[in-house]
Design a protein around this ligand. Structure first.
Ligand SMILES: [Zn+2]
Length: 136
């Protein structure tokens, strides 16, 4: 007799499985369900359940190249958002010791120690100097 684990492995062979879009879809559905607990709307329930069903069906899909392309498109949109979010939270975390300023020449974000008042900063990337003003 075959174990359940082996049956599952055989079932998932040649199928797409789980990716970043899957996790994001599930978290989004979970968030919608939490909102729905407060507003109790049928539309939100249908959307969140449909999203879960869609994500599960994606995982079982045999069209791996197409699912992979969907995930790539999603990551192209999601990665900049994720990066900005990470920078935002790091700025809050280090608000007592550092300030972040964008270099006007090369657009690179620089992490500067707090030095109140107006002073000149030399960018380590493009070696250009620019004025920085730290008020608080
Ligand atoms: Zn620069």
């Amino acid at each position: 007799m075959e174990s359940l684990k082996n049956k599952l492995i055989r079932f998932m062979t040649g199928r797409y499985g789980i990716d970043q879009l899957y996790y994001t879809g599930l978290f989004l559905a979970l968030g919608l369900m939490m909102i729905n607990m407060m507003v109790n709307s049928t539309i939100l329930m249908v959307i969140s359940n449909g999203l879960i069903l869609l994500m599960v069906l994606r995982g079982f899909s045999r069209n791996i190249s197409r699912r992979h392309m969907e995930n790539e498109k999603f990551l192209k949109l999601w990665n900049p958002v994720k990066k900005e979010g990470r920078i935002f939270f790091r700025r809050i975390k280090e608000i007592r010791v550092h300030r972040y300023r964008k270099c006007p020449h090369c657009k690179k974000t620089l992490k500067l120690p707090i030095k109140r008042g107006k002073h000149m900063v030399k960018c380590p990337e493009c070696k250009e100097s620019f004025a920085v003003r730290v008020i608080v």
